[in-house]
Design a protein around this ligand. Structure first.
Ligand SMILES: C[S@@+](CC[C@H](N)C(=O)[O-])C[C@H]1O[C@@H](n2cnc3c(N)ncnc32)[C@H](O)[C@@H]1O
Length: 253
């Protein structure tokens, strides 16, 4: 699967608000070493640099396209190509930050304890993940992918929700940390333009479909757009409201 940084950055302001909110929730945490896991284009890394200008920053990502963009962002970080599943830091980390990335990985029951295990004493793990897999923006993709025209080519890209219910993360992490907060927030994005929800998911959730279908993705996306107009009607002023729930986790050792 390839990422398209310019498509992802179309909703830069809306996509980075949860990262800002997660940083705000970290209060007086004062890290020396920070890792931005799934740093993408470096948007979230830039916010970390603003908040902790003296910290040493490393951005980790598996996408060459996203890392190329990150390395041109002007953010003063070391950029590291790695799969988060196998990534391990050389030394314990004070803050592992991950905005909108860990939902791309399965098996959170193993992953989250592993990440906590890489923290320094009193270190923190701060994670934000989409929690809207039951909403039409996502379910319509799976519905269409499971139809006879597409199912053969798309059965491997349709995933059940990778993000568990909030209380599951409490149960996984509580025995491992001294303080833990898990919460969700629903953002009501007011988007302009035609088919803004498809434009939004085209920067992330739809990427595996686009990769699997190549040029045929246009037909898939046309069908998706027509169903989205019912689920997310355009208002008379031309804007569309896109409710988007996200889950936040702050765990401190
Ligand atoms: C939606 S972007 C988020 C980027 C950034 N954190 C931000 O807030 O804008 C998700 C990123 O996670 C990365 N990613 C997903 N799965 C990964 C994995 N297994 N290993 C490394 N990076 C991964 C993708 O390459 C992508 O750049």
């Amino acid at each position: 699967m390839t990422w398209d940084p310019s498509q992802y950055l179309r909703y830069d302001i809306e996509r980075s608000q949860p990262a800002r909110d997660l940083i705000a929730a970290l209060g007086d945490v004062d890290p020396t070493e920070i890792v931005d896991l799934g740093c993408g284009t470096g948007n979230s890394t830039a916010l970390l640099e603003q908040r902790w200008p003296d910290a040493s920053l490393t951005g980790v990502d598996g996408s060459t396209e996203m890392l190329n963009q990150a390395s041109q962002s002007g953010v003063r970080a070391a950029w590291h190509a790695a799969d988060i599943v196998t990534w391990r830091p050389d030394t314990p980390v004070d803050l592992i930050f991950s905005n909108a990335a860990l939902h791309w990985l399965d098996n959170h029951t193993t992953l989250f304890p592993q990440l906590v295990g890489t923290l320094a004493e009193h270190g923190a793990l701060a994670v934000q993940m989409p929690y809207n897999f039951s909403q039409p923006s996502h379910t319509l993709i799976n519905d269409i992918a499971n139809e006879p025209q597409w199912v053969e080519r798309l059965h491997s890209v349709v995933r059940p929700s990778p993000v568990a219910a909030p209380d599951r993360y409490l149960r996984i992490l509580e025995p491992l940390v001294s303080s833990l907060r898990v919460w969700t927030t629903t953002y009501l994005h007011v988007l302009s333009g035609d088919h803004p929800v498809a434009e939004w998911t085209g920067g992330a959730t739809l990427r595996p479909v686009i990769a699997a279908l190549g040029d045929d993705a246009h037909a898939f996306i046309d069908e998706y757009k027509s169903r989205l107009t019912v689920a997310y009607p355009q208002r008379t002023d031309g804007t569309t409201v896109f409710p988007f729930t996200r889950m936040f986790i702050v765990a401190k050792r």
